[in-house]
Design a protein around this ligand. Structure first.
Ligand code: C2E
Ligand code: MG
Ligand code: MG
Ligand code: MG
Length: 279
């Protein structure tokens, strides 16, 4: 039919499309076995207070070292996991591991866990969070759930209700990658986010003297502050960027400058050293 319309067979037989679909099928096949094969691990990246530079939390970031594909970036496999709803069991695993690990940290250090829209609309989502907290003994107030604007694209009411439920049990929520999605300020009015995370693209833009990026960060900081929300600058990589971000008034900083995502053992060693130094 497409041929009759003069469109040719460009879609189905376009080689890069075919290769892409084939690669996704292979990733999906392996991803289905990733949990039972124990191929997933968590890394944790520090977030510091912009003024004092003291550690305030760690963000849990999933890592997949696949027997079949080697190391696969979450940028590649999270979308596959979302399309196939494998993100639900993977997300449960991440939530449980992150909460359990955080119980080994000093009590004032919180943990942030990324949650996809597919997880939020799962009817069991709140139970998953409750179980991860009660199973580990972590106080709900130490858990922050990070969502991006995209979770409100489909089933916005269901997503919002799920977030309200986890807030009711004492968790906080952060709006991740702010400014990159289909930004609508509507849900900033409807949901009390504790933190807005300013996307790395604006931080990098500001560092390269982009007037637009600077203006956008200023506006986001002003808006967040009047809504009594904190701001975290993502992707801060140098001392110059730290100074710039601080001058713009962001309240927290995350990025390679203060620490890359690190394996669990490194986080534990860091706290052991801090404890030894304080004695
Ligand atoms: P995100 O939640 O925005 O996480 C921040 C990403 O920025 C991480 O990439 C982190 O390694 C990277 N990053 C942090 N500081 C810097 C920096 O200074 N420079 C640069 N160039 N990059 C920096 P990562 O770990 O590859 O994760 C990518 C995305 O995958 C995350 O973005 C998040 O959307 C998703 N993701 C990761 N883990 C999970 C998870 O457990 N569940 C879900 N649903 N999504 C996850
Ligand atoms: Mg995040
Ligand atoms: Mg982010
Ligand atoms: Mg991101």
């Amino acid at each position: 039919r497409a041929k009759d319309e003069g469109g040719g067979e460009h879609f189905a037989y376009e080689p890069s499309f075919h290769a892409h679909a084939e690669e996704r099928r292979k990733l999906e096949f392996s991803l289905r076995r990733a949990i039972e094969r124990e191929e997933l691990t968590l890394n944790f990246q520090p977030v510091v207070d912009a003024t004092s530079e003291e550690l305030v939390s760690f963000e849990a970031l999933v890592r997949w070292n696949s027997v079949d594909h080697g190391f696969v970036s979450p940028v590649k496999f999270i979308p596959v996991a979302e399309d196939t709803r494998l993100i639900v069991p993977i997300g449960t695993w991440v939530m449980e591991q992150a909460c359990r690990e955080a119980t080994n940290w000093p009590e004032h250090i919180r943990v942030a866990v990324n949650v996809s829209g597919e997880q939020l609309v799962d009817p069991d989502f709140t139970n998953t969070v409750v179980r991860a907290l009660s199973g580990s003994g972590l106080a709900a107030s130490r858990l922050e759930i990070e969502v991006t604007e995209s979770v409100f694209l489909r089933d916005a009411d269901v997503a919002r209700a799920a977030l309200e439920q986890v807030m009711a049990i004492g968790c906080t929520i952060a709006l991740d990658d702010f400014g990159t999605g289909y930004s609508s300020l509507g849900y900033l009015r409807k949901l009390s986010f504790s933190t807005i995370k300013v996307d790395r693209s604006f931080v990098q833009g500001a560092a390269q003297n982009s007037a637009e990026s600077l203006a956008i960060i200023r506006a986001v900081v002003a808006m967040a502050s009047s809504l009594e929300m904190a701001t975290t600058a993502e992707g801060v990589e140098s001392a110059e960027e730290v100074a710039l971000i601080r001058s713009l008034g962001c309240t927290k900083i995350q990025g390679y400058y203060f620490g890359r995502p690190m394996p669990i053992a490194d986080v534990r060693a860091l706290f052991r050293r801090a404890e030894a130094a304080s004695q």
